[in-house]
Design a protein around this ligand. Structure first.
Ligand SMILES: *Cc1c(COP(=O)(O)O)cnc(C)c1O
Length: 814
């Protein structure tokens, strides 16, 4: 019998009980006895949301009344995942809600499992934005995250016959109880048309098309519920959805087309950009959200403070990569054309407002747009970019820059058919430019931005990425969290630096055992997930060797697969040797048009099928490729990982944040000296991490000079055995040539140095096995990882941004 009567409920829970039941009845309109988990999810979320809204109102009032400076974080991606668990944890309501729901014969975990995983992002960059939102709220830093409300986020990945298939993600199909549509917060964003000159000489853009941006707000509650910020995502609508003129004149289809065209802007994350139409849509998305966000900031600023001249004192805009970089030209347009400021004054305000985070050094990933496309789609912005560039080059020339330097620092790349370099635009338009790890920031100064760094010295600064411990330890790994709190006290929940108090316990046998026992609990849970999802039975006592991240050649899942095949060959050759049982676990999505990455997924699945069905390695080796990697899946895999694979070609992973999540949860890392791995190794100590392979300097020399993979293969029996097996069809017996091209390609141009690092990687993997064979050594290293990575809390990262880039102060928290 369901206890809907408050009489059966403990006094302290009555209010919440009534609130949830009322939401179920009046907002979800479900009958208690018939309500399913989805109904309870909605009712619970709506109840919890009420608690957040009270505080949200106070915070917004405080920002206005106290005139606080606010961060505007512009990001094309917010990979936020599920929100209810986060909100409950941050509000300290998890236990109470669990109890109240249990009284209603409802299981909280089942309710949490109903929430769709909001995959409004692709990978690390989007997840960073989500961790930053959590940290800004937790620290009381007033902030708005601005992005796009994609109707369909990143595709859902199916694996059929070993191959990736993409199907649309429908996260909004059942409604989203977290968001508020703000029908009064709308802006018109123009495209195309021409630039006219008024009688007074003022230039004015007359767009050929306008699209309306509508705000959807989601409250982001911080730790202990003390501060609430806003995630404001824009949805695109036609300004004239009916197009009545066209419709009445008989053009029924044409009337619809304009609407479809406008609304396509917020339809999907990363529309395929192989075609010119796809590229154009992508640029439309970028300008759409940058323009709407800047118009919104200016409107609020003028309403609050009256004076556009103080914009930079009250707002700091962070550009998360170059996707919103067109905003630099857009703010200038708004200041000069609409608010009629002098150019010099406008530029001063604009530069003081913007700062820019670079996320990649790979030339193919550095955004640039063809000048003709910009001229057609954003004619006024393109004029402004020319003006910015003219002044910028003039200043550089006055400082003595020669032609080669001028061409390198120009906003226009003249070598590839005239393109606007968006990274350069963001750089020139910002007062600070940051990289995301010490190594990456150093490389920025010597590679992509070497010349700009000469022309604008001192602008580049480092802000090593971080992760929110609340999601990635407290929520993802409650068992380990409880152990830590029981051992060193609850202060660690508010102050991650206290994790260092675990150091003395690293050698404590009893503590090691408890630490290992928690891992075992998480592994048992993951074993069940793997069995359910793909029907592969893992041994929970095997070493869980995990690589989960986007599938990309530079991340080198292929290197890991080669090691898997090496292990398989070696185990079959000597089945009675004392092998360490391993489970190789992979997950990750490949970009839909990235053929090589998709082939790597197929190879992983083919290797898994052969290995998992071979009785000679039964009990020794299993391979699992888990489909549809997302935040939720990461939360269940990471606490169960023993070994964290962070094996990118050195110099190519800007930071990585997956590496931090694993180390925090006590997995040991096998990795190259790349991105934040370098800083992790400095903190956990080289004895507690397995570093291998070429370093960034030598790797870049080899990549430049051309590396001879055939020679490496000839010199290594291990490598040649592995490549021979793959290319001869051992893993694709039905189609023996399936991977011939892949192996030949690798031997012809091993751009990512997979073969160069192979022997060193296999050696490091042997050290892993040796350490595993000595449990007290393994668990000491594991504890020292957890104990020494407090610095990778995104609270630390955000504090650095706030103090050194944004000049924003936290509001006092009570
Ligand atoms: C942390 C995270 C990433 C980033 O992982 P890297 O290993 O740093 O590439 C990508 N996707 C999801 C879902 C994540 O949680």
């Amino acid at each position: 019998m369901i206890k809907t009567s408050p009489m059966d409920v403990p006094a302290g829970d009555v209010e919440l009980h009534e609130l949830i039941v009322n939401k179920l009845i009046y907002s979800v309109a479900a009958r208690e006895e018939r309500a399913g988990p989805r109904d309870w999810f909605l009712a619970t979320t709506l109840a919890v949301r009420d608690r957040i809204i009270d505080r949200w109102r106070l915070c917004n009032a405080a920002i206005a009344d106290e005139g606080r400076k606010q961060v505007c974080y512009l990001s094309m991606e917010f990979l936020i995942g599920r929100l209810l668990g986060d909100a409950l944890g941050n509000l300290g309501m998890t236990d109470q809600v669990r109890r109240v729901l249990a009284g209603l014969e409802v299981n909280l975990d089942e309710v949490l499992g109903q929430e769709p995983d909001a995959a409004l992002g692709n990978g690390g960059l989007g997840r960073l934005a989500a961790c930053f939102m959590d940290s800004m709220s937790s620290l009381g830093i007033p902030a708005i995250g601005y992005g796009i409300r994609y109707e369909h986020g990143l595709f859902r990945q199916l694996v059929r016959e070993g191959q990736q298939q993409e199907v649309p993600e429908d996260w909004l199909s059942l409604g989203n109880p977290w968001e508020f549509e703000r029908s009064s917060v709308t802006y018109d964003v123009g495209f195309g048309g021409h630039v006219a000159q008024a009688a007074d000489g003022q230039l004015e853009w007359v767009p050929g098309e306008t699209v309306r941006a509508i705000a959807y707000d989601t409250p982001v509650v911080g730790w202990r519920g003390r501060w609430v910020n806003t995630l404001r995502l824009w949805s695109a609508r036609a300004t004239d959805p009916l197009h009545l003129d066209a419709f009445n004149s008989g053009d029924h289809v044409g009337a619809q087309l304009a609407r479809v065209r406008a609304e396509a802007i917020s339809r999907v994350l990363y529309p395929g950009d192989d075609s010119p139409a796809g590229q154009e849509l992508r640029l439309r998305q970028e300008y759409f959200f940058a323009s709407a966000s800047l118009q919104d900031m200016i409107r609020r600023h003028v309403r609050l403070h009256g004076d556009i001249l103080t914009l930079a004192d009250k707002i700091s805009v962070q550009l998360n990569d170059t996707h919103p970089a067109v905003g630099v030209a857009e703010l200038m347009r708004l200041l000069v054309d609409v608010h009629e400021l002098e150019w010099e004054k406008a530029w001063e305000i604009s530069r003081a407002t913007f700062s820019y985070t670079n996320h990649t050094l790979m030339p193919e990933a550095l955004e640039s747009w063809p000048v003709p496309l910009m001229e057609r789609l954003l004619p006024r912005n393109m004029q402004i970019i020319y003006m910015i560039n003219g002044r910028h080059l003039e200043a550089a020339r006055a400082d003595g820059a020669g032609d080669a330097l001028l061409s390198a620092v120009s906003l226009i790349d003249e070598h590839h058919g005239r393109r606007v370099r968006m990274g350069h635009l963001a750089f020139i338009g910002s007062h600070k430019v940051n990289g995301v790890s010490a190594l990456h920031t150093g490389l920025m100064k010597t590679t992509v931005f070497a010349e700009l760094n000469r022309v604008c010295p001192g602008r580049i600064t480092n802000k090593t990425n971080g992760i929110t411990f609340r999601r990635w330890l407290l929520r993802a790994n409650p068992g380990l969290t409880q152990l830590i709190v029981d051992t060193i006290g609850p202060r660690v929940l508010d102050d991650p630096e206290r994790l260092a108090d675990l150091v003395p316990y690293a050698r404590d046998a009893a503590f090691q055992q408890e630490f290992a026992a928690q891992r075992q609990v998480a592994k048992q849970a993951l074993v069940r997930v793997v069995q359910e999802r793909i029907g592969v039975q893992l041994d929970p006592h095997a070493l869980f060797d995990v690589q989960i991240k986007r599938i990309h050649e530079y991340k080198r899942q292929l290197l890991n697969i080669l090691h898997t095949v090496w292990l398989y060959n070696a185990m079959r050759a000597q089945p009675t040797s004392p092998w360490v049982p391993r489970a190789k676990i992979f997950a990750g999505k490949a970009a839909p048009s990235y053929r090589q990455a998709k082939l790597i997924i197929r190879l992983a699945n083919d290797v898994a099928r052969v290995v998992n069905s071979d009785p000679t390695v039964r009990g020794l080796l299993k391979v699992a490729f888990l489909p549809n990697y997302n935040v939720t899946l990461a939360e269940s895999i990471i606490p169960a990982a023993d070994l964290s694979e962070q094996i990118s070609t050195a110099g190519l992973e800007a930071s990585g944040t997956g590496n931090m999540k694993f180390a925090l949860n006590g997995a040991l890392t096998i990795g190259t000296l790349d991105g934040a791995n370098v800083e992790i190794s400095e903190r956990v100590g080289l004895d507690n991490i397995f570093i291998f392979g070429l370093e960034a300097g030598p790797a870049s020399v080899l990549r430049r000079d051309g590396y001879d993979a055939r020679a490496a293969m000839a010199a290594s029996d291990d490598l040649s055995g592995v490549l021979e097996a793959i290319s001869s069809g051992v893993f694709s017996p039905g189609e023996p040539d399936r991977y011939k091209g892949l192996v030949e390609g690798l031997l012809a141009h091993d751009h990512f140095l997979v073969t160069a690092d192979f022997d060193s990687y296999v050696r490091a993997q042997r050290h892993v096995a040796t350490r595993w064979s000595s449990p007290s050594d393994w668990w000491r290293s594991a504890v020292l990882n957890t104990a020494n990575v407090a610095w990778f809390s995104s609270d630390r990262t955000i504090q650095e941004y706030a103090g050194e880039i944004w000049q924003v102060r936290a509001a006092p928290l009570d």
